[in-house]
Design a protein around this ligand. Structure first.
Ligand code: SF4
Length: 509
């Protein structure tokens, strides 16, 4: 059998959350191995590879930027420009080394297929360059592309390049098998329990020791909600597919016993609550000592279950709050949080059970005014009145292809700026950098206005809201549920973990 290489790279990442081996490629690798194909995953999102890139960043600028972050002062533009130039150069150098590695594998390991997981953002350009070099040097190699970028871009992807032999626009597992000539079920009939568990063997992930000892667990796909700002239902579907709780816990138990992995993050965007509680009870019945985090909507979770879930190892939960204003939630976000009283009770109950609550908020929302701002501030104040075991991630309103904000954009107050249309916007999105530390700078010119406000105005309103939360109300705004879990994994206070990783990600040291 000819060998298959699967590559995962989305550009240099300024967050340590991505250094978890890619679950979907590990599942695909397991499926391919079942059919006797030799397969290797080159997942470049690990601490070692990111350090190789970062060691070539402009070091004195990196130190200066780190000081700015620590002292909460604006970045010096000269240092910022010099630093960003060095990121581009460092990535180019790194991708050349990856190309050499692949040449070596093609020459010595009978490789026939190379699959790329394609992401939106800076890495897409690097991956297209890499794929172009491979095709030019080895025209006989079959190149297969799949992943989130194709789901967002659909046919617009052809404007970027035409070099892949196959493009997989939806779930890729069975489609990949078909390319190899193996008959498989159509994806819509795929049952999650039919997939084999992900394969993290040393033969497949030769660099496994360079990742955090945390794994993603596939629990469900799809979401029963249909929020207007989110493209999830459009991309994945409203039909929620779940795995059996017993099988999910089997997988965690096996990883705990065989690999010493005790930290997990569930992959579902809104794991149905009956599944969450069934998993918790199954873990307790086996007396496993594990830690896990989940995503849930506020109209999904039930406060009475938190003590049991905490006992079973639920350490962190992500809730989409988005706004504290009833009108904005109902008409603009088209999201059901049930009520503010429910939101407060639920999140406080999670924190009382020692579960870290990570909340998301969109600010400013379409048609946000001083009244709705006040409603959101009051809601957050009440949530964190007694306990502060949580953080609020505030993001500006993002126009996501496939969402209702996208398809009915004028109705929600969005407009493209001159020279930008849907296609151009998607192409902008595909190749822009979303650098975590420099987000304001990165997405400032994405190409739309909201209620006649430019993106930079929206960003500065968002930054002002964040500052109000942190300085006036003492509410944390920079800890995701995964970062919190990692701080627990390394047994460090979250602030220490964040400061250490920030320095390391900026400087490569
Ligand atoms: S925002 Fe969350 S709850 Fe709403 S549709 Fe998207 S995934 Fe579902």
């Amino acid at each position: 059998m000819k060998k298959i290489i699967l590559i995962n790279y989305s550009g240099y990442q300024f967050t340590t959350n991505t250094f978890i081996p890619d679950n979907s490629l590990a599942v695909l690798a397991a499926l391919l191995s079942q059919h006797a194909f030799p397969v290797e995953v080159l997942d470049l999102h690990n601490m070692h590879d990111m350090k190789l890139i970062a060691k070539n960043f402009h070091q004195s600028s990196a130190e200066e930027l780190y000081s700015s972050i620590q002292q909460q002062r604006p970045f010096d533009q000269h240092h910022l420009n010099r630093y960003k130039e060095s990121i581009d150069q460092a990535e180019t150098l790194y991708m050349e080394s990856i190309f050499s590695k692949i040449i070596d594998k093609i020459k010595h390991e009978d490789v026939q297929y190379i699959g790329f997981k394609l992401w939106m953002g800076r890495g897409l350009t690097s991956i297209i360059t890499l794929a172009t070099q491979i095709k030019k040097s080895f025209p006989h190699i079959t190149l297969i592309g799949g992943g989130p970028a194709l789901q967002y871009m659909q046919h617009h992807f052809s404007k970027l390049c035409n070099l892949f032999d196959h493009l997989l626009y939806g779930e890729g597992e069975y489609a990949f098998l078909k390319i190899l000539g193996i008959s498989a079920h159509p994806f819509h009939s795929s049952h999650l329990d039919h997939f084999p568990p992900p394969l993290y063997s040393k033969e497949i992930f030769s660099n496994l020791h360079h990742f955090h000892k945390m794994r993603i667990i596939d629990d469900s796909r799809g979401c029963f909600n249909d929020c207007a700002f989110c493209s999830h239902s459009h991309l994945i579907g409203k039909n929620v597919r779940t795995r059996q709780p017993r099988r999910i816990v089997d997988q965690m138990q096996k990883m705990a016993y065989e690999e010493g992995i005790t930290f997990f993050r569930f992959s579902g965007s809104n794991t149905p609550w009956h599944l969450v509680t069934a998993i918790g009870e199954e873990i307790l019945s086996r007396n496993l000592k594990i830690n896990y985090s989940i995503f849930s909507s506020l109209n999904n979770a039930n406060a009475k279950d938190f003590p049991m879930l905490s006992h079973s190892g639920l350490r962190s939960i992500f809730f989409g709050v988005e706004s504290g204003d009833a009108y904005l939630l109902k008409v603009i976000h088209q999201k059901s949080n049930i009520s503010n009283a429910h939101t407060i009770k639920l999140i406080q109950a999670a924190m009382e059970a020692q579960i870290f609550a990570c909340l998301s908020l969109i600010y400013p929302s379409p048609f946000e005014d001083s009244n709705s701002t006040q409603n959101s501030l009051q809601l957050l104040q009440q949530i964190f009145k007694h306990q502060k075991l949580g953080s609020v991630l505030v993001m500006p309103p993002f126009l996501s292809p496939g969402s209702r904000w996208w398809s009915e954009m004028a109705q929600f107050g969005f407009a493209f700026i001159d020279g930008v249309d849907q296609q151009q916007y998607i192409l902008n999105m595909a190749t822009k950098c979303y650098d975590y530390f420099f987000i304001e700078d990165s997405i400032a010119n994405m190409g739309y206005t909201l209620n006649s406000k430019s993106m930079s105005t929206l960003m500065s309103e968002c930054a002002h809201f964040i500052k109000t939360l942190t300085t006036d109300h003492g509410i944390s705004t920079n800890l995701s549920e995964t970062t919190y879990m990692l701080s627990q994994l390394y047994d460090l206070p979250a602030a220490t973990f964040t400061a250490t990783t920030t320095y390391s990600l900026l400087t490569g040291k």
